[in-house]
Design a protein around this ligand. Structure first.
Ligand SMILES: Nc1ncnc2c1ncn2[C@@H]1O[C@H](COP(=O)(O)OP(=O)(O)OP(=O)(O)O)[C@@H](O)[C@H]1O
Length: 393
């Protein structure tokens, strides 16, 4: 599995006080979110502004530390890649040293058995047994750094506004050269230049664009540069955070087409964050609808778009353009009233209950679990409580 997010939480502390700061609450930007994604697939995240989409993307990328939960990339838990030295040492002691010492005791009575155990075959335990604790820590810290670099290479992001994500003082050639040399992907500058020209061609730009600065491009071209920078290291996972929102409609279509073509070429997984429901529908295999930090409905894209079941998802997705006018008439129509509550002070029970015209007593008591509409479609709403309950995965 390329990406697996399990019970992810990101709470931002809210502090008051000028001289003595104290935490007066938390913005629960992301609360118990699960999602997974394979290579070559796209997971679309939709929901109103402020529901936590960008925070999920940034937390996966480790621009934010998660408050709780797991993020696994290529089946590997990523949290210890980003630990500070002391924390990492504690983690290594817990995960390896203490366990290795336990094994030693277990096998003490039978000399020579240790070398035949499964754990001894594991390179980390073997290193510890052969080299002792201090050398083991040095070895593991280097290993963690290697994994962190590998993660940084493998997971990339494209932001909405390429103007702020590109360094204005660097030419496009320099901006693309930097990560190539930093990650040692190429042996020398000549190889780097070849790769940069190939990347520019891939995203529909010309060789002479390498000598230009970001301000010398149009918005669409700048986003092409940002895409080139994201793919130059051949990543497996790309987070696309509103990649077309700042562009004209005709340019949006070109960028989306480019992203689709690139996905076929790179076989990368995309986490696609957008307000534009039409684009999300077009590009995504799976879709998750978020409300106040939680995924209220998720599943295979066409299923969720054709038959949204959560009252919030129905209201939101009804706003999406539908190519087939007959389908549009079949849709349940209603409009949500009221304001989105504050993520610092969410309503009891289902967070949507004060705005939901179907709200029942239990909706005001406890947040609903996920019910399976079928094996491709899940919804957190008591209206479906006759259905099988599933873990939010
Ligand atoms: N660094 C931060 N510190 C404190 N609160 C934050 C921070 N970043 C985001 N938030 C809050 O977390 C919540 C979720 O924000 P987020 O940007 O993830 O939403 P979003 O769904 O991506 O919205 P948009 O579509 O407008 O980008 C919001 O209430 C926001 O104010």
């Amino acid at each position: 599995m390329l990406l697996r997010v399990k019970n992810l939480k990101k709470y931002f502390p809210v502090k008051h006080g000028f001289v003595i700061e104290r935490t007066v609450g938390h913005v629960k930007a992301v609360d118990n979110v699960n999602l997974h994604l394979e290579r070559g697939e796209t997971y679309g995240l939709v929901g109103e502004s402020g529901c936590g989409k960008t925070t999920i993307g940034k937390t996966i990328l480790r621009l934010h530390d998660p408050s709780a939960g797991k993020i696994m990339v290529d089946d590997k838990e990523t949290s210890h890649f980003f630990m500070k030295k002391r924390e990492a040492k504690e983690f290594l002691k817990r995960e390896y040293v203490d366990k290795a010492e336990g094994l030693k005791k277990q096998y003490k009575s039978v000399d020579g058995v240790m070398a035949n155990t499964e754990e001894y075959e594991n390179q980390y335990y073997k290193y510890y047994f052969d080299n002792g604790e201090e050398k083991f820590y040095d070895f593991m810290m280097k290993d963690i750094k290697k994994k962190r670099m590998n993660f940084r290479r493998n997971v990339q992001i494209v932001f909405q506004d390429p103007t702020s994500s590109l360094n204005p003082r660097m030419t496009v050639g320099q901006a693309l050269m930097e990560p190539l040399l930093f990650h040692g992907v190429v042996k020398n500058k000549l190889q780097a230049k070849e790769r940069i020209l190939e990347m520019l061609r891939t995203v529909g730009l010309k060789a002479y664009h390498a000598d230009r600065y970001p301000h010398q491009f149009s918005g669409g071209q700048r986003q092409r540069v940002a895409v080139a920078r994201a793919i130059v290291l051949d990543p497996n996972l790309i987070i696309l955070d509103e990649p077309t929102s700042a562009l004209d409609v005709s340019v949006q279509a070109q960028i989306i087409r480019l992203l689709k073509e690139l996905q076929d070429k790179l076989n990368a997984g995309y986490l696609f964050i957008s307000h534009d429901l039409g684009v999300v529908r077009y590009i995504s295999n799976y879709v998750g609808v978020m409300y106040l930090g939680r995924m209220v409905e998720y599943g295979v894209g066409d299923e969720v778009f054709d038959k949204p079941e959560h009252p919030y998802a129905q209201a939101l997705l009804n706003a999406a353009p539908v190519p087939d006018p007959n389908k549009r008439r079949d849709r349940k129509q209603f409009i949500i009233t009221g304001q989105v509550p504050s993520p610092m002070n969410r309503p009891k029970g289902c967070f949507f209950n004060p705005r939901c015209k179907f709200a029942m007593d239990e909706c005001k008591q406890k947040y609903p679990p996920y019910y399976a509409i079928n094996d491709k479609h899940f919804v957190a709403c008591y209206l479906y409580k006759e259905n099988e309950v599933v873990k939010g995965d």
